[in-house]
Design a protein around this ligand. Structure first.
Ligand SMILES: [Zn+2]
Length: 179
């Protein structure tokens, strides 16, 4: 079995009709942390980071929809983390923030001894990214429990979705999927 040197915590935050899952990844050695798609409830996230004795080093954005990015600015103000989104997504939709790091397919992001691989998974949006760890994957809205996410929003293309490109087999191979 792989030696897993990270912890993953799931938060569920809500606003009106939105209900989003947010994930905190903590490298056990350094307690440095990444957060995936922070949205809606800043106090819940800050309290959880404090409770876990975690230092926020980076924000992983799967795509630029508002319900996945609306806490980027306040978290930048509090913790000054790097903010990762694909270049394809920022080019297409014009997303901007202070600490933006434009990433490409197969780029690596490290937090302590934990390595994250970026995988371009368009379909739901033009530049959607899934983030891969040793035994886990974070897919944002590209994949839901029921199947692929909607492909009819602006920039979404069903033929580029994981099912369309045959990458759903790759995505399906992971033991722990975070969606
Ligand atoms: Zn979305």
């Amino acid at each position: 079995m792989w030696d897993i040197n990270y912890e993953i915590y799931q938060l569920n935050t809500r606003s009106y009709r939105f209900s989003n899952f947010i994930y905190i990844i903590i490298d056990k050695t350094t307690r440095n942390a990444l957060i995936v798609d922070p949205a809606w409830k800043l106090n819940i996230i800050v309290d959880k980071l404090n409770q876990l004795d975690a230092a926020l080093q980076g924000i992983l954005l799967t795509h630029s929809h508002y319900d996945h990015v609306n806490l980027v600015a306040p978290l930048e103000g509090l913790f000054n983390p790097y903010v990762y989104m694909s270049k394809a997504e920022t080019d297409y939709y014009g997303f901007r923030c202070n600490n933006l790091q434009a990433i490409n397919d197969q780029d690596k992001i490290s937090v302590g001894e934990t390595m994250v691989t970026c995988m371009h998974t368009p379909g739901h949006t033009a530049g959607g990214v899934s983030y891969l760890l040793k035994d886990s994957i974070f897919t944002g809205d590209t994949i839901f429990i029921e199947g692929c996410g909607i492909c009819n929003s602006w920039g979404g293309l069903p033929e580029q979705s994981p099912e369309g490109t045959g990458r759903d087999g790759t995505l399906g191979a992971f033991k722990r999927k975070y969606i």
